[in-house]
Design a binder for this molecule. Structure first.
Ligand code: FUB
Ligand code: ZN
Length: 649
């Protein structure tokens, strides 16, 4: 392969081809230039990505590559066979960042040099036959492909492939793509169904390579990669890994009725199911994706969009088993959910998938990263009790600078660095805005480009102005997702008159007309404060409410409620909640102020259970003003307790 290929495309993580059978395609050349997500992405670019590579150096990930490349002696550093993926995810994030920086005319010299340095290291570690995994190459484990249950070799390959695709798409350069292609060809020579002449008929218990192989097919046009992805997906559920749910092997995905087992594994697999449905057009795959997404959203998703109820085996748990303080909700699982939902949105055109993307982005995902981008949460509980002593360790409810198992931080980096590609789409006859951020998005109408710019302070306010920047002079449709949480909105022209020609009752508001350059419409989503209740089958939050505003879930933090903890706090729903703009707090948030009390429970002796209710009334408690902050901003001040779900009077 030559060092450079043609002009880099503006494609993101998903580039659909002419034969892809989806209702929607990602918008072309998207940008995010100001506002909420721009601020988070700036932290990502200026703090997370530069510091990330230093942390990978000190954690030993780069040492392991040098070890295998023969430029360093010593022993493998770290505890996991998948540590190479932290480097690959960082490379993916840095590559998306390079593409953005170049497009915006920013100086890319420093980041390019860093990326080149790491790519050279990865290439040097690759075996002659294409194999690459520093754990096994450095002599850990029983040897290549000996442990498909825990070895993570194909999982690592998947992240390498995704990094390589990102690098190629962003820079047009092929050094990393060449490494990925060589490994993919090696995998293709090793894995295949019985009778195919390949030595191993099996699959990696941690999916990831499947969705990556589909993207490699899209990038290279090589159908062997698509076939290999299909083979891996369908090999699940036939007992290669003892029919274990943890390994995504209990039932074939086409027969599965609910998501189960390890949440990240399940959702990366389902992302691949959606990818394959897009490329093959096979209805059974699309149906499985839709069925399992519905079951997940309806029965196994926390209010924050977080998934994975169990610490044990990082497992989804049972329907409606959605605990608070013991919620696992791994940051990676939120990312995997977003990846799966976005693929389903493209496949079907249905707004509900982007509703869940929005909820997960603003809450379960974003809480994983601190405001300064310097510390992280691996698990994202919905409560931390008074007197919590679980500090320290990867699965703590306290932020940590880095983890022994550091899968989440670079995963956040790559999603933030490519986020503009998850916001808008085209169906060939206009443009659909799925998420609201200030920027520019290009769709298509009958082969001609249509471009809109968006100007918004969302979610601080609900005002979203959309201006047509380019229009072919023939009718096309501008579609705005009406968020599932929104019950009142207005849609007006720049002069304040109501947009009358709007249709839609399926989560999309569509305005079809001959748009002129400069036309502006203003979509305002009422940001009323809401108290929400859970399905009665969610035992963990019975008798409680949660506060929401726009797409944001709120929580109480102990630091705002001196004089005691939060376990005894009760919200008085009879007193209206008030939103307060607080530019001075947590980088600028809208807080929600309410009234309540702190229980004063009489001494019940040594046994806290009895036939009659233990007295608990406002009269015996002490009045308290409650201040709720957006959940995504929690754990950025003094440590203490936190809760999303609040008992009510
Ligand atoms: O197994 C690799 C990664 O480590 C998983 O995706 C995470 O859940 C963590 O277990
Ligand atoms: Zn993770």
């Amino acid at each position: 392969m030559s060092r450079t290929s043609s002009t880099p495309s503006a494609a993101g993580p998903i580039r659909l081809g002419p034969r892809s059978r989806t209702v929607l395609r990602p918008a072309a050349a998207p940008t995010v230039t100001a506002g909420f997500w721009h601020d988070r992405r700036t932290v990502n670019a200026e703090a997370c990505i530069p510091q990330g590579i230093e942390l990978l150096e000190s954690a030993g990930n780069l040492h392991n590559l040098r070890l295998v490349a023969g430029t360093r002696s010593g022993a493998f550093e770290g505890d996991y066979p998948f540590q190479d993926t932290d480097v690959y995810k960082w490379l993916e994030a840095a590559s998306w960042q390079l593409g953005q920086d170049a497009a915006a005319g920013r100086d890319t010299t420093v980041l390019t040099a860093e990326v080149d340095r790491i790519i050279a290291l990865v290439a040097a570690a690759q075996a002659e036959d294409g194999y690459l995994n520093t754990w096994f190459q450095s002599g850990k484990g029983e040897g290549r492909w000996s442990d498909l249950r825990w070895g993570h070799e194909l999982y690592c390959a998947g992240h390498l492939i995704q990094a390589a695709v990102a690098h190629h798409r962003s820079t047009g350069r092929t050094e990393l793509l060449a490494v990925a292609v060589k490994f993919a060809d090696h995998i293709d020579a090793v894995f295949g169904p019985e009778g195919s002449g390949r030595p191993i008929d099996g699959f990696d218990a941690h999916p990831e390579v499947e969705t990556a192989l589909v993207e490699l097919y899209r990038e290279t046009g090589e159908t062997r990669y698509l076939d290999l992805a299909g083979y891996f997906v369908d090999r699940h559920g036939h007992g290669v890994h003892g029919h274990e749910a943890y390994c995504q092997d209990r039932v074939p995905v086409r027969e599965a009725q609910n998501v189960e087992g390890h949440a990240v594994r399940q959702l990366y697999l389902l992302a691949a199911v959606a990818d394959l449905a897009a490329e093959t057009g096979e209805p059974a795959l699309a149906e499985a994706g839709a069925r399992l997404w519905h079951a997940m959203a309806a029965t196994k998703t926390h209010l924050t969009g977080g998934v994975g109820a169990h610490h044990d085996e990082e497992d989804f748990g049972d329907p409606y088993e959605l605990p608070n303080e013991r919620a696992y909700c791994e940051t990676c699982a939120a990312i995997a959910s977003i990846q799966f939902s976005w693929r389903m949105a493209l496949l079907t055109g249905e707004a509900r998938y982007s509703d869940l993307v929005e909820r997960t982005l603003f809450n379960g995902f974003l809480a994983g990263m601190s405001l300064d981008g310097e510390s992280w949460l691996y698990v994202n509980p919905l409560a931390v009790r008074d007197g919590y002593v679980g500090g320290g360790g990867d699965h703590s409810s306290r932020r940590t600078r880095w983890f022994r198992c550091a899968c989440c931080p670079p995963n956040v980096m790559r999603l933030l660095a490519s986020l503009e590609h998850y916001l808008a789409s085209t169906d060939g006859s206009g443009i659909q805005l799925h998420q609201y951020a200030t920027g520019r998005f290009q769709g298509e109408a009958d082969g001609s480009p249509v471009v809109v710019s968006v100007d918004t302070e969302y979610p601080r306010t609900g005002r979203i102005a959309v201006t047509v920047e380019e229009s072919p002079g023939t009718p096309w449709t501008l579609s705005l997702r009406l968020p599932q949480w929104c019950t009142e909105y207005t849609l007006v022209h720049a002069d304040g008159t109501t947009v009358a020609d709007v249709v839609g009752d399926d989560g999309w508001l569509r305005v079809a007309r001959e748009w002129a350059v400069g036309d502006t419409i203003v979509f305002t989503l009422e940001q009323a404060l809401r108290l929400v209740r859970a399905d009665p089958r969610v035992d963990a939050v019975r008798g409680c409410v949660a506060i929401e505003r726009g797409p944001l879930v709120y929580c109480l933090e102990q630091v705002d409620h001196p004089g005691g903890g939060l376990d005894d706090v009760v919200l008085d729903t009879g007193v209206p909640l008030v939103a307060k703009d607080r530019p001075d707090l947590l980088g600028g948030v809208v807080t929600v102020v309410g009234a309540g009390y702190r229980r004063s429970i009489p001494d019940v002796g040594w046994w806290p259970y009895r036939p009659e209710a233990i007295p608990d009334s406002p009269a015996t408690g002490s009045a308290l003003e409650l201040t709720a902050v957006p959940y995504h901003a929690w754990a950025n001040r003094a440590t203490g307790s936190m809760r999303v779900w609040l008992p009510v009077t």
